[in-house]
Design a protein. Structure first.
Length: 144
C-alpha cells in the first residue's frame, strides 16, 4: 500500500481483488464516461473477473479510510496501460483524482503510461491533459 500527499491531499493506493466492489465502481465509471456498451451488474462482474483473470491489476484509492475510486492497470504492456480510472462522484473536484493518479504512478514505479478516453468525454480529456497526457492516436468506428 502506498500513501502520499499531493497538493495537500492524502490518497492511499492499495491492491484490490474484491470483484463485487470493483464491478460496482466499474458500472459507475461506464455510466459517467458515457460508454456506448450496455452493461448490467452481472455483466460488469463477469468482465471484471475476466480482466483480473487475464492479469490486469486493480487498485483502490482511499481518502481518510473511505473508498474514493479505483484503477485497473495492464502492467504487461509497454508502457503500462491504464484500462480504468475512476473517482467516485462524491469525491470529485477535491484534488483526489490528481493525487490518486500521482500516487498510483509512484506505487507502480513507472514514468510512462498509456490510456484511451472517449472522444465525447470532454471532462475526461481535460483531466488527462492537465496531468500531462498528450493525444497519440484517433480510433474511429464505422457503424451502420
Amino acid at each position: 500500500m502506498s500513501d502520499n500527499r499531493h497538493a495537500g491531499t492524502a490518497v492511499s493506493v492499495e491492491p484490490c481483488s474484491d470483484v463485487a466492489l470493483l464491478s460496482a465502481l466499474f458500472l459507475e465509471l461506464a455510466e459517467d464516461e458515457g460508454s456506448d456498451i450496455p452493461r448490467t451488474a452481472e455483466k460488469a462482474a463477469e468482465e471484471m473477473e475476466d480482466y483480473l483473470r487475464r492479469g490486469e491489476k486493480a487498485y483502490i484509492f482511499r481518502v481518510c479510510g473511505e473508498i474514493a475510486g479505483y484503477a485497473l492497470v495492464i502492467l504487461k504492456r509497454t508502457p503500462p496501460y491504464l484500462h480504468h480510472f475512476h473517482i467516485c462522484r462524491e469525491k470529485r473536484r477535491k484534488g483526489y483524482g490528481t493525487a490518486a493518479f500521482k500516487t498510483l504512478i509512484e506505487t507502480l514505479d513507472i514514468k510512462t503510461m498509456d490510456l484511451d478516453v472517449f472522444d465525447w468525454n470532454e471532462r475526461g480529456k481535460s483531466f488527462w491533459k492537465s496531468l500531462g497526457f498528450k493525444p497519440r492516436a484517433v480510433i474511429m468506428r464505422y457503424a451502420k
